[in-house]
Design a protein around this ligand. Structure first.
Ligand code: GDP
Length: 438
């Protein structure tokens, strides 16, 4: 294990009332002491805060508070010191220089969390949860991350794994008494346990769709013929939420997305870049492009001007976009202009033509009518993914795949018991399942 004492800025790389620099390692307290004017930090109890100055030789750099945390009850399990300074980037840099002069080295990205992991303070899923926590940008993703940080997934799986391990011991004991043809492990009880494990794994696997929605947001596409009111709707939706709207210039995704937050859930309005300037989006992007766009989406909001009487073009547009796992919301727009009687005919025609479940909402983006219904429909999509028992939610692709593998292996064990496979092979399958659960 790396014995260096490491230091880094723990707060954001910007200006704030305070900044925090963290030190971790055997020498954390003595290096802080060399850089500090005030009480003798090496004589202080763990989890205490002290007032003083950071000094570079004779020169006073800043007036600070320093917190001392002694091993092992710290984030990294090593000695940890946190220095709260006046939050200027320049002062932060000067303090780091002093600490390095006195024997620390700059931490690499993620090194504090890595030490916490290597020293057994947190497991991998908790390390990942910390990254999720830091990245969380809505209430739902914060909740899911804090649950995982508290050890949610690990606890649930390890309880099941311990039960299974007991069976493995019994089965392996049978191997020692192979001649005597005895069964220590009650096969019916084993099947019962396997069924319980499968059920738990399934519910965790199912939670991934919700977890993914929470973590990455739900992708929504807005389409409709030119002048249907797409950009007006987009602006109306975003205007209300202006304070929390942001643009992501694609890092992993190569389109421009706008984020909409409704009731603590995030929706990614995909590829809306063109919507704001052009009025002939469909002509511009063409059907093929529209299909590509909707392929990335979980929800399609399709707009039709309420004055429309001929739906042929809309049908041509919508039909190739439909998928089993796409939620379709059709909005009749501009209801401030058009008499409602028109809508019943419209809805009936659409239902006849589309032959797929969809929500029909009549809106006026200009007059802000029924936009709340549209938002409710969006958030109910996320709420429906959330199942009652899922207080532990999978958000991580790696966990999702590991759980699927575990489920397969547990099913294999179950099959093995049913066909009364030899004890050796059963033990082998059980070991496999344990490994995947691990
Ligand atoms: P897009 O081409 O689908 O993006 O359509 P726009 O949002 O640019 O709207 C086309 C025209 O319809 C504009 O003149 C809008 O002001 C108008 N419009 C859009 N939504 C409404 C609405 O709810 N009510 C009324 N009366 N006009 C609307």
């Amino acid at each position: 294990m790396n014995k260096d004492t490491i230091c880094a800025l723990a707060t954001a790389n910007g200006i704030g009332a305070l900044g925090i620099i963290r030190l971790s390692g055997d020498e954390a307290v003595s290096i802080a002491q060399k850089s500090f004017k005030g009480k003798n930090l090496e004589k202080q109890k763990s989890h205490t805060v002290h007032y003083g100055y950071i000094v570079d030789g004779e020169e006073v750099i800043d007036e600070i508070m320093v917190s001392v945390f002694l091993a092992p009850k710290t984030f990294t399990t090593e000695n940890v010191v946190e220095i709260s300074f006046h939050g200027s980037l320049f002062i932060g840099k000067r303090i780091l220089e002093v600490l390095i002069k006195n024997g620390a080295r700059m931490a690499k990205a993620g090194e504090f969390t890595m030490r916490a992991f290597m020293n057994g303070r947190i497991d991998l899923s908790q390390a990942e949860a910390i990254a999720d926590m830091i990245a969380s940008e809505n209430e739902a993703s914060r909740k899911v991350a804090i649950n995982q940080l508290k050890g949610g997934i690990t606890n649930e799986i390890s309880i099941l794994r311990t039960d299974l391990l007991n069976f493995v011991s019994l089965i392996e004991l049978e191997l020692d008494f192979a001649e005597e043809d005895v069964e220590f492990a009650d096969r019916t009880a084993l099947i019962g346990l396997l069924k319980r494990i499968e059920e738990k794994l399934r519910s965790l696997i199912e939670s991934f769709q919700y977890g993914n929605a929470v973590k990455n947001g739900v992708a929504v596409a807005i389409l409709g013929k030119p002048n249907a009111g797409k950009s007006t709707l987009l602006n109306a939706l975003l205007k209300e939420e202006r304070a929390i709207v942001s643009n992501i210039a694609g890092t992993t995704r190569d389109t421009i997305e706008e984020l909409l937050h409704i009731k603590g859930n995030t929706f990614r309005l995909i590829d809306t870049a063109g919507l704001r300037e052009t009025t002939d989006e469909i002509e511009k992007i063409g059907v093929k492009k529209a299909i590509e766009k909707v392929e990335q989406a979980e929800i399609l909001i399709y707009l039709i001007d309420s004055a429309t009487t001929d739906f042929r073009e809309d049908m041509l547009m919508i039909k190739p976009l439909l998928r089993e796992d796409l939620k379709l919301i059709i909005c009749a727009t501009k209801i401030d202009e058009v008499i409602p009687a028109q809508h019943e005919k419209m809805e009936a025609l659409l239902r006849q033509e589309i032959a797929k479940e969809f929500d029909f909402i009549k809106i006026s983006a200009l007059e802000n009518q029924n936009l709340q219904d549209l938002k409710n429909e969006l958030s109910s999509y996320v709420e429906e993914l959330k199942t009652e028992e899922n207080n532990v939610v999978i958000t991580n692709q790696r966990h999702f795949q590991a759980l699927q593998k575990s489920l397969e292996s547990v099913q294999k064990v179950e099959d093995a018991v049913h066909i009364k496979i030899s004890t050796e092979l059963l033990a082998y399958e059980l070991r496999n399942a344990l490994e995947y659960l691990g």
